[in-house]
Design a protein around this ligand. Structure first.
Ligand SMILES: [Zn+2]
Length: 101
């Protein structure tokens, strides 16, 4: 059961700039060692959508997942294809990963 007071406190922290946290579960992605599997998942196609803590790798199209909400400027690493990426905000307002050189 959720404690309403606790929720209020959490909301206040969030407005202060803290990022939403996410619990990641292993989705069976088996292209990386077991301890890293929960940080990746396969993109399921047109019906799929990205959570605030997820971006698609532009190189191998795998979904990279963070335990925290992602923001523009964040650097992420795609282990399956070994790409270093940076998160950017597109003109449409969505987050996207670009290859960082
Ligand atoms: Zn990749």
């Amino acid at each position: 059961m959720a404690d309403p007071l606790e929720n209020e406190a959490e909301e206040a922290v969030r407005e202060d700039g803290a990022r939403q946290r996410f619990i990641l579960e292993d989705t069976g992605f088996d292209e990386v060692p077991k301890k890293y599997r929960r940080f990746y998942r396969k993109w399921a196609g047109p019906g799929d959508s990205l959570a605030p803590n997820e971006v698609i790798c532009p190189v191998c199209k795998v979904v990279i997942r963070s335990t925290r909400e992602l923001r523009p400027g964040d650097r992420v690493y795609c282990m399956p294809c070994m790409s270093r990426l940076v998160v950017v905000r597109t003109p449409a307002g969505t987050l996207e990963a670009r290859v960082a050189y």
